[in-house]
Design a protein around this ligand. Structure first.
Ligand SMILES: C[S@@+](CC[C@H](N)C(=O)[O-])C[C@H]1O[C@@H](n2cnc3c(N)ncnc32)[C@H](O)[C@@H]1O
Length: 258
């Protein structure tokens, strides 16, 4: 992290960014610049707000609540289109679907978790958000988001009915265990492959248990193809965000929950 003179910085920036920068920093002389250097690639981050946005929209926290900023980045990676159905099957406190509903209101978001406490927290976060909007006086149509209690291995969703899956999987540290992940990860990829539309569906998945994920993905390579990996730091842990594309392979419908 370095601090940089605002005037010098504007010399380096295209005009659209200059306008944005001055809008947020009209009475300051220097701003924070973050350079993320990886091999021959540099990502330049410039603070546009004085207050951090990593907790926006979240009021009820759980043991592994994801930063809203990371949730936003994950959603953006799968390029949501209007009318897309976007599912977070392991939503915890709901950081991903809440960010999705706020930033992509033209999509419909469905989220669930097998832990009733997590579902309760996610519902409380949505209620707080609705109240905040009410207090601001904005005419509210609610949020395009449903939260359900379910098991990811047996989702009550039709085969091929979902466009996008974005989720933060248990790392096996604070939630679950590395041992359980060896069964959970392949089962997750299989069930996510069933509900996702063949050919066009995509998934963005975050995990720190990279070894287990790689093994599960190699077993299910006929259903999911890995397109891109982004390395991220989650509370000091070196984690990966995988962008997967659904292949055309059909997956048989399971009816075990009827
Ligand atoms: C890393 S946490 C997700 C945290 C979430 N992104 C947040 O912001 O709170 C993983 C979640 O997966 C859930 N989970 C674990 N096994 C599951 C299963 N079989 N079905 C559904 N959810 C499951 C856990 O309860 C936990 O909330």
């Amino acid at each position: 992290m370095l601090r940089c003179d605002l005037q010098d910085l504007t010399l380096l920036l295209p005009s659209t960014y200059k306008a944005e920068l001055f809008k947020h920093h009209h009475n300051v002389l220097s701003v924070q610049v973050l350079l993320n250097i990886h091999n021959n690639e540099v990502v330049v981050g410039i603070a546009l707000t004085e207050e951090s946005l990593h907790r926006r929209n979240i009021t009820h926290f759980g043991p592994t609540t994801l930063r809203s900023t990371l949730a936003y980045g994950m959603l953006r990676l799968c390029d949501p289109q209007p009318t897309d159905i976007i599912v977070d099957p392991m939503c915890g406190t709901g950081a991903i679907p809440i960010e999705g509903a706020m930033e992509w209101p033209g999509c419909f978001h469905i989220a669930g978790d097998n832990n009733p406490q997590a579902v309760k927290r996610a519902a409380s976060n949505i209620c707080s958000l609705l109240k905040k909007n009410e207090n601001k006086g904005s005419a509210s149509l609610g949020v395009p988001l449903d939260i359900v209690q379910w098991d990811i291995c047996n989702l009550p969703l039709r085969t091929g009915s979902v466009d996008v899956i974005v989720t933060d999987m248990p790392f096996g540290k604070r939630i679950g265990s590395k041992k359980k992940n060896w069964d959970l990860y392949p089962a997750c990829l299989m069930e996510m492959g069933r509900i996702c539309t063949p050919g066009t569906g995509r998934a963005v998945l975050l995990t720190q248990d990279k070894k287990c994920f790689a093994k599960a993905l190699s077993r299910l390579g006929h259903i999911w193809r890995k397109n891109h990996t982004v390395w991220v730091n989650v509370g000091g842990l070196h984690a990966a965000v995988y962008l997967l594309k659904r292949t055309w392979e059909r997956v048989e419908e399971k009816r075990s929950f009827w």
